[in-house]
Design a binder for this molecule. Sequence first.
Ligand SMILES: C[S@@+](CC[C@H](N)C(=O)[O-])C[C@H]1O[C@@H](n2cnc3c(N)ncnc32)[C@H](O)[C@@H]1O
Length: 323
Amino acid sequence: MNPALETLALASREHPIVWPALFLGAEPHLDLISASAWQPIKPLADQCVAAGMTMADDPQGKFPTVFFLPGKSKEETLAGFARAHDLLAPGGMLIVALANTSGAARFEKELSKATPLLFSVSKNKCRAFAVGNAEPWDTSVLAAWRSLSEPRLIPDTTFTVVPGVFSVDHIDPGSALLAQHLPPSLRGEVADLGAGWGFLSHAALGKCPNISRIDLFEADARSLACARKNVTGPVEFYWHDVTSGLPGKYDHILTNPPFHTGQARDIGLGHAFLTTAARALKRGGSLYIVANRQLPYEAHLESLGLRPRLLAETGGFKVIAAM
Ligand SMILES: C[S@@+](CC[C@H](N)C(=O)[O-])C[C@H]1O[C@@H](n2cnc3c(N)ncnc32)[C@H](O)[C@@H]1O
């Protein structure tokens, strides 16, 4: 169980909560199960649904209580404070929880720049802290936070991104290396696993004229919304947990697999991506992967019956083709 979630639930037990509540960044917990849940990460959203929570894809209206479990990015967290404020009913309360290692104390201080703290609970190496909105929040602080959520372009490109998505201020050098080594002869139906804001699909469509369609599979709804703007042509978009398998078979699969779950390193996630890819390749199909040099993907590919071949190794990354 996520310790920040435990600490949020603890704060909700120790302090009176007025329902109904909205939960931004929701994860299932018995004490918070009746909150409306907003969760852009598909595997976590699936867990909320399985636990019986009501999902709010685009929360509107005003709630007496807003719970907030922020993601990894500072900008996203501050923008989330402003968003939570805008969803609070008059006299409502916002409770936020973060791990100490994710900057709980720093963000508590940031939130108190807009309005005074009501309480703070420290437990499980995490902190939950609350503010109310009986009094107006500082409008200039709110305006600065709101501006952080605006879509923006990656410098010197036409690619749109929003805070919180992977590789938010530059093209990932690993993905750029993979794009450089994609053979222009790729043809037919292609899948992009963990497609992010769409860089690899965009590059493949630009380089490989015989691709008939690319399906972009991505767990983060915010990334996928950016990909819809960044990639045009014969493409389909899927808000999808790649570890659950794919709905079809492909001539080629491209991936820069994730190897973190939340903040923690998780090689198993990269392996699960490769397993899904191996199962979804058509006979004679091929898989193109980029990874950090030290990640031991070759042995896993061999265990899946694929033959990995090193296409490039530079700048801490390796590009592997497997068929
Ligand atoms: C290393 S990034 C690569 C992003 C993109 N392909 C690029 O090159 O910029 C990995 C991506 O996988 C996504 N991801 C993580 N877990 C996932 C899952 N279970 N299913 C689908 N996508 C996932 C992340 O949100 C992230 O966008």
